[in-house]
Ligand binder design. Structure first.
Ligand SMILES: [Zn+2]
Length: 340
């Protein structure tokens, strides 16, 4: 995504989850503060991601049911006491964020609510398929299994959740909405970076803190989501593209650059459909480009920011010439309207 980063960033094979490193005792309030600000970033990321995947679902070939909730597991945090204090876990598996206007938001679910059961199956009894979840760190396997269970349960069009909310157990029945298949997360890192692994979009905490507003966050999220929707990781793997040092040369470089251009082009359509200002992509990359100059990074795989801005402008001009249908612009690269 960004010209200063190593080549491997675009399509990292293993995306790390936002585990919090174990903290030293005696500085609990700092831990609590750090966790609270991380949760705010998680909530912004979740809201942005949900808007993008729900608003563009009609253009995605692969969709998943979504309730608008982001779950987390107490055991994924290094300092569980601080996590309990900061994040209000009323049960070991709890809601980390609820996207506005989502089915969960309409049902008045909120961060901190505990998840007890899904369609009658207690969350602690959800089977953890160790083989299938081998790529996940052990402390993330339970939450991954629970998320999977939620999607499975939603297949018949409705889910009944037992939750602990407002001091009482409640049963809440939700009807999912269809969304493009992609997840979003904040990865704790001091480096400004973002990646897409085919399923997960990861944006570093440093980059999420660098953006000026949610529109700019949406610009980055939309670029990474575009990589996932266009199946770039799968396609580049099939072409045996080298994303390491030698990927800066020859065919690999060309293919990576082509994928970057496709992602940039699609990103502004995804943004517009979700009600974001597509110009935020131009604002963000112009500022970022000016601040980071030429970077240390090979021009063979990524366009310089001025060229990227031109791509955004071209795509925005295409949209302006179209008549949107129900407020949506069909992205040519997803609906096959135009050769790439
Ligand atoms: Zn990219």
């Amino acid at each position: 995504m960004q010209p200063i980063l190593p080549l491997t960033f675009i399509l990292l094979l293993a995306v790390q989850s936002p585990a919090i490193a174990a903290q030293e005792p005696g500085i609990e309030s700092q831990d609590v503060r750090a966790l609270k600000s991380l949760q705010l970033l998680d909530q912004r990321m979740h809201t942005t991601g949900y808007r993008l995947v729900s608003a563009n679902s009609e253009f995605c070939t692969e969709t998943v049911p979504h309730f608008g909730i982001l779950l987390h597991d107490l055991q994924q945090y290094g300092d569980q006491e601080a996590a309990r204090l900061a994040l209000g876990f009323s049960r070991p598996i709890a809601i980390n964020a609820v996207a506005p206007d989502s089915p969960a938001a309409i049902a008045e679910m909120a961060a901190g609510d505990g998840l007890i059961a899904i369609d009658g199956t207690a969350v602690q009894d959800v089977a953890i398929d160790a083989e299938k979840l081998a790529d996940e760190k052990p402390e993330y396997r339970r939450i991954a299994a629970v998320k999977e269970k939620l999607i499975e349960a939603a297949a018949d069009g409705q889910v009944t959740l037992a939750v602990y909310s407002g001091g009482a157990n409640q049963l809440i029945t939700l009807t999912p909405v269809k969304t493009c298949r992609s997840q979003f997360q904040i990865r704790v890192s001091a480096k400004r970076e973002a990646s897409a692994d085919g399923d997960m979009v990861s944006i570093s905490s440093a980059l999420a803190e660098y953006v000026r507003d949610d529109e700019e966050l949406a610009a980055i999220a939309a670029h990474e989501l575009a990589h996932n929707l266009l199946k770039h990781r799968e396609r580049l793997n099939a072409q045996k593209v080298n994303r390491g040092f030698f990927g800066q040369f020859g065919k690999s470089a060309k293919r990576i650059k082509a994928a970057e251009i496709e992602a940039d082009r699609l990103s502004v359509w995804l943004m517009a459909n979700a009600g974001y200002d597509s110009q935020a992509a131009i604002r963000f990359w112009t500022r970022y480009g000016k601040q980071h100059g030429k970077g240390i990074f090979s021009a063979s795989t990524h366009y310089r920011w001025k060229k990227r801005v031109k791509l955004f402008e071209e795509e925005i001009a295409k949209m302006q010439q179209m008549e949107p249908v129900a407020g949506k612009y069909a992205p040519p690269s997803l609906v096959g309207g135009e050769p790439e």
